[in-house]
Design a protein around this ligand. Sequence first.
Ligand SMILES: Nc1ncnc2c1ncn2[C@@H]1O[C@H](COP(=O)(O)OP(=O)(O)OP(=O)(O)O)[C@@H](O)[C@H]1O
Length: 211
Amino acid sequence: MLSLDRVSKRYGRRLILDRVEHDFGTGLTLLVGPSGAGKSTLLRLLATAERPSCGTIGWDGTPLPRARAALRRTLGYAPQAVDLPEDLTAREFAMHIAALKGLELDAADRQFLQITDAIGLHADVSNRIATFSGGMRRRLIFAQALLGSPRLLILDEPTAELDRETAARVDALILERAKAAVVVMTTHAGDALAGKVRAVLRVDDRRVLPA
Ligand SMILES: Nc1ncnc2c1ncn2[C@@H]1O[C@H](COP(=O)(O)OP(=O)(O)OP(=O)(O)O)[C@@H](O)[C@H]1O
């Protein structure tokens, strides 16, 4: 369980999130809300990529920063935009991430091939990332987040730029992982997941409330 207790975030003098309270349990939680409302900011806080200005984030009952190492050991994070190493192949990049996560590389490689097969990226795993389209990059960022079957999966717009059929394949993997993990994602295409999510939260006007 990932819990937020009166978590606020400011950039300079600007308050983006104001005393957010929520317990993210096992299952899929969707974040919706207007552009610029703070959804990606909230995901960065959950993924420990940034720290709250005040308030407390807890993982499995222990507050950060004490729980940060335990959280990161079982974190999969797919940010919205990331600089990928253009000269590596997708498979080399995935193994680089697997090594950073401390995963057993043969098992991680097998898992990467299974994931990429499921989301239609299998034929491209030995190609250099420099040759990848926007949708291929998005799927690669998603695939690396699933490596090691994380108990906490944070996904920022994983199906943006994907056609409906490919997005449905990505959604299927997300729902599969959400059976055993805390999964939090932003999406502008939440309708496809209606009825299958634990909660839908609306981020708006600095607050985060049930939609
Ligand atoms: N590092 C930063 N420094 C200053 N302001 C920032 C920073 N990151 C985000 N912001 C501001 O915080 C606000 C929330 O941005 P954020 O990207 O979290 O919104 P969002 O809800 O994810 O938007 P979108 O749906 O368009 O992706 C925006 O006004 C943005 O300009």
